[in-house]
Design a protein around this ligand. Structure first.
Ligand code: ADP
Ligand code: MG
Length: 684
């Protein structure tokens, strides 16, 4: 077996499992090695049974004295109960709804158990511990146990076992980093890092391994950014001449006054695009800070120059919304706006338009702005003269997509990226060497601060009553649920079940909508439109509403099992309300005894994405390689937004490499690695 061996040749991997692994991007033994854990369970404390105390997380090894299934009367549950002994004592262990366990675990078996110790009638008991039959090497219950991101029906145990089968191949890896970089920055050798990230001896070793792999990731990012900047410097763009009088008139005609930050950002952008070097600027502003209108001002100027713009959104829902709101904001102008997604094709002011006709108009330069999803880059949409490309929620797109956009036109279009990801200036510059940065700090005036509350299960009916009052006043509400369907083993509420329950038992008098990722995009669109138009009162949804949705009439954001989300993510959800003239509320449901409560309390304390992202990191559990804060931040998988030192080291190393060998000819391994990670990067 070597790194390229297909996983199907590994013992016990059949077609079905191979298909599941493929969803995770794993096809070979080598891919398994690079499927990194996101967290470790710390079972390094191994105790004699007599020393177990409630509240600790431990490992025990003992012999099964008794094991059987029984039914609980009250709840329809099968409880498997076992007594496990070692020379020091006996402890009870229970599992729920796993009746098959007794086929696997028999009296007399030696087993190793790991998990939290709880107390019942003054006696310690292990509730749903991880178990494995004691053999020479425990994989799941002792030491630091890695946890991997999974797909449907794969288990942690299967993945751990698979990785343990191939881990010896780590020795055969070739390190792509030159030795002097390893010594300079005191980085762990790749072979050891891969071994240690899966099976660390200590958290210190796990962190050192993570640092090495994070450095790799940041170095790749830096190299791409620096190569792209060098290339950009050689390109030319079409200057968009600033039309001062018309712009002033347009801004005066908006339904609101721009904030000083918006004004400043718009001004900088207008100056930037009035040049023959292509602009690449990142516009960063917290949720609701009003980035879209800033982009619109630049788009408007572009149209006044008889040049075209494109606006890219990460989802179809968001693209449609931009189409509606930008059409409304520019109603008084002659701006022609088109919406072009996989399923939709629309032109502002027109009743209906066929796709080929719209494509023709775009190619003829009759459309000023085309709004779409990334299909816009891939599809064969031809512009007459694309001079400005705006990418909304840019963290959802990769560097490769940015590059592809630049190639859409000759001369290259100016590029404006927008994000609500709270990255401080110094960090953004370290991360995106090829971007200039504008930040909108202040929120539009007149916004009423959102009131955030955490409620426990026993306060649930009050929370619903409150929601009922708001809806009766004419407002609307969101209910966010963590997972999509009933396969949800953690017991979190699924959106579908929650939707049915709310519609039937709680709010039969209201109209409800259901939005989740498994819906077809046409259906998503319908549900979303109905909510935007006020035809539904409550929108029950999963993570799909996270980015960008703007419904000013919505005043209640209820989030189920809030403890399961990162703070930065909760902040994004919260930003979906408080966008209009009404007092808005964010209601977080969380189990009262939960440790996570302290973390959630940060939501009451902070109202800004960056503080919350920092708090997220602070509350990250020990052994957690990366927190939930980076969900959706596609460029960083191992590195954290707060790896300041590593970032500047990676930047320095990238400069050093490119100075020594501008096209990386002298570093073939690095070049190959870059090519693998991003097929879109080309070297001159
Ligand atoms: P984001 O920065 O999150 O993308 P949007 O651009 O969607 O925010 O703006 C949020 C809402 O605030 C929109 O309804 C927009 O029309 C409105 N808005 C933008 N700028 C201002 C302003 N200066 N004053 C009042 N409302 C504004
Ligand atoms: Mg937005």
């Amino acid at each position: 077996m070597d790194l390229h061996t297909p996983i199907t040749q590994i013992d016990r991997v059949g077609k079905a499992m191979a298909a599941k692994l493929k969803i995770l991007g794993i096809a070979t033994a080598g891919d398994l090695l690079f499927h990194l854990p996101f967290r470790y369970d710390d079972f390094s404390q191994s105790l004699p049974i007599s020393q177990l105390t409630a509240g600790s997380r431990v490992n025990i090894v003992g012999e099964i004295e008794m094991i059987n299934n029984k039914r609980s009367f009250r709840r329809r549950l099968v409880i498997t109960e076992a007594l496990v002994s070692d020379p020091s004592g006996v402890v009870r262990a229970v599992w729920f709804n796993q009746p098959f366990l007794i086929r696997n675990l028999k009296v007399g078996d030696r087993i190793s158990l790991a998990g939290k110790v709880e107390e019942e009638y003054g006696q310690p008991v292990m509730v749903s511990p991880v178990y494995e039959k004691s053999s020479s090497q425990a994989l799941h219950t002792q030491g630091l146990v890695p946890n991997y991101s999974l797909t449907a029906n794969l288990t942690q145990k299967q993945l751990r076992w698979l990785i343990s089968q191939v881990i010896s191949l780590a020795k055969t890896l070739t390190d792509w980093l030159p030795a002097d970089i390893l010594t300079n920055y005191k980085l762990m050798d790749l072979r050891r890092a891969i071994y240690a990230v899966h099976f660390p001896k200590s958290l210190v070793e796990a962190e050192a391994a993570r640092q090495r792999l994070a450095f790799d990731e940041l170095l790749r990012l830096q190299l791409r950014a620096q190569i792209s900047r060098r290339r950009l410097k050689k390109m030319s763009a079409c200057p968009v001449v600033f039309q001062a009088a018309a712009t002033k008139q347009f801004v005066a005609g908006l339904p609101f006054t721009l904030t000083a930050d918006q004004r400043r950002a718009a001004w900088t952008i207008l100056k930037d695009i009035d040049r023959s070097e292509p602009m690449t600027r990142l516009l960063e502003g917290d949720v609701g800070s009003g980035k879209t209108v800033v982009a619109l001002i630049a788009i408007y100027n572009t149209a006044l120059n008889n040049l075209q713009s494109a606006l890219l959104a990460p989802t179809e829902v968001l693209a449609s919304q931009h189409f509606l709101s930008l059409s409304r904001l520019s109603a008084k102008t002659k701006l022609t706006i088109a919406l072009l997604t996989a399923n939709k094709c629309q032109l502002s002011g027109a009743e209906k338009i066929k796709r080929p006709e719209l494509m023709r108009q775009i190619a003829a330069g009759e459309v000023d702005l085309v709004i779409g999803t990334h299909a816009l880059i891939q599809e064969k949409v031809v512009f007459k003269n694309l001079a400005l490309a705006v990418v909304d929620e840019q963290h959802r797109f990769g560097v490769g997509q940015r590059q592809a956009l630049l190639k859409k036109n000759q001369p290259a279009p100016h590029l404006l990226s927008m994000t609500a990801t709270p990255i401080p200036r110094s960090l953004a510059l370290a991360l995106y060497d090829d971007l200039s940065l504008s930040i909108i700090k202040e929120q539009p005036s007149g916004r009423i601060p959102i009131i955030t509350k955490i409620f426990a299960e026993e306060e649930r009916s009050q929370a619903y009553e409150f929601m009922r009052q708001e809806i009766t006043k004419g407002r609307q509400a969101f209910v966010i649920c963590p997972l999509i369907d009933e396969s949800d083993k953690l017991g979190a509420k699924s959106a579908t079940a929650e939707y049915e329950r709310l519609a039937r038992d709680i709010f039969p008098e209201f109209k409800l909508g259901l939005l989740h990722g498994k819906l077809k995009s046409v259906d998503k669109e319908k549900v979303f439109q109905a909510f935007t138009r006020g035809q539904t009162d409550i929108l029950v949804a999963t993570a799909v509403v996270e980015v960008g949705i703007d419904v000013p009439n919505a005043t209640v954001m209820m989030i189920e099992s809030a403890e399961r989300f990162g703070l930065a993510q909760l902040h994004q959800y919260r930003g979906r309300v408080g966008r209009g003239e009404y007092q808005s509320y964010c209601l977080l449901s969380a189990a009262i005894a939960d440790k996570a409560k302290d973390r959630l309390a940060m939501m009451l304390k902070f109202n800004n994405g960056f503080d919350l992202a920092k708090a997220d990191l602070k509350f990250r559990g020990p052994g957690e390689v990366y927190g939930t804060l980076q969900k959706g931040f596609s460029e960083l998988k191992v590195a954290s937004l707060f790896d300041f030192v590593l970032m500047s080291q990676a930047k320095e190393a990238a400069q050093h490499l490119l100075t020594a060998s501008p096209n990386l000819h002298d570093f073939p391994l690095i070049k190959e690695k870059l090519g693998e990670a991003d097929k879109n990067v080309h070297f001159e």
